[in-house]
Design a protein around this ligand. Sequence first.
Ligand SMILES: Nc1ncnc2c1ncn2[C@@H]1O[C@H](COP(=O)(O)OP(=O)(O)OP(=O)(O)O)[C@@H](O)[C@H]1O
Length: 389
Amino acid sequence: MSTTSAAPKHARPSGSGVEPILSVEDLQMYFPVKSRGVIRRTIGHVQAVDGVSFEVPKGGSLGLVGESGCGKSTTGRLITRLYKPTGGSIGFEGEDIAGFSPRQLMPLRREIQMIFQDPATSLNPRHTVGQIIGAPLVIHKITGKDGVMPRVKELLEIVGLNPEHVNRYPHEFSGGQRQRIGIARALTLQPKLLVADEPVSALDVSIQAQVINLLQDLQREFDIAFLFIAHDLAIVRHFCPEIAVMYLGKIVEVADRESLYTRPLHPYTQALLSAVPDVRQAAVGGRRERIRLQGDVPSPINPPSGCRFRTRCPIAKDVCAKVEPPLMQVGPRHKVACHFAGELGHHPAVPVTGIDVEGAATGGTVVESAGPGFEDTWLDLSTGQRTGA
Ligand SMILES: Nc1ncnc2c1ncn2[C@@H]1O[C@H](COP(=O)(O)OP(=O)(O)OP(=O)(O)O)[C@@H](O)[C@H]1O
């Protein structure tokens, strides 16, 4: 395990032609597990994030979705460099920031900001709203003392709060308003990338849509890129044109919205989607059949061999325990990591990855993991051949 300082291997624009602002490759975070007692030895590692690659286009947004404990928050904290990764690269505007020192990170703090899930705990209760939102301006010496309050009032207005309330304390606001304060604080330094970690999960359903609309307006107005972390696919649906699905520290599927919601190819995505109420089906009185996953999510200290999802997968075969499936590109903007990737009810009988149970090629081409972005050619699952636009 080492932190790479070289430029990311696949540092090129993704297939959309839009330059990525963020290009993450093979990102890894292993937390040490210590023994009890006086001499605390490392006895294992929590493999919270293990070889994750993705891109966020400039001014665009990527959704990162998965069950509790799959490593979403850790990924967010790695990108904002609250944590230092144990491996992989984080290309931000073409520079690998994975190994940056605290001094190197200082200017970067202006560019990448985070919005947290729980506004009640992320705002200091003893500070006024003016102090909370103005603090980054003072720390980064952006304006003189006289410039702070006008900017704070402007930010309050931008997020839909009354600028006259600048001297109030967080407890004087509702949950939704507190989240708006958190958003204003994140906007203070005019960031280029916002990592929003479940920004609406703690809010009433009636308030969630208002906050999401606000984020959407801000994105349009200020051209901010978003990594939007959520535990369910319904929330990111309207916000993110592209969505990555995580399971036990790995990305199992990433695709444009249309492909992911209408033609999911990974059994885990299919199970997650079966829990999302389908508006169109509900309109005609139908319901998607609910797929119930067996068992619990295994421990990330000792994850299953091969495919990490196989212990709960309804279609797993021997090869899944032996060989980890690569995250392969199977459409213009669609990648999936499954030996038997296919539409629900139409999963193939032989591995589409071209790998047999011994890890040897089955005769066709063995597919390798794609880089963080999308290539111009991909594996056509219906023919087994590489194809392109
Ligand atoms: N500082 C830490 N030390 C040790 N283990 C950690 C630490 N932070 C997270 N983990 C573990 O890493 C795994 C991934 O956690 P993470 O919080 O990233 O998941 P998540 O998908 O965001 O879940 P949630 O939605 O519940 O926050 C979990 O097993 C968690 O217990």
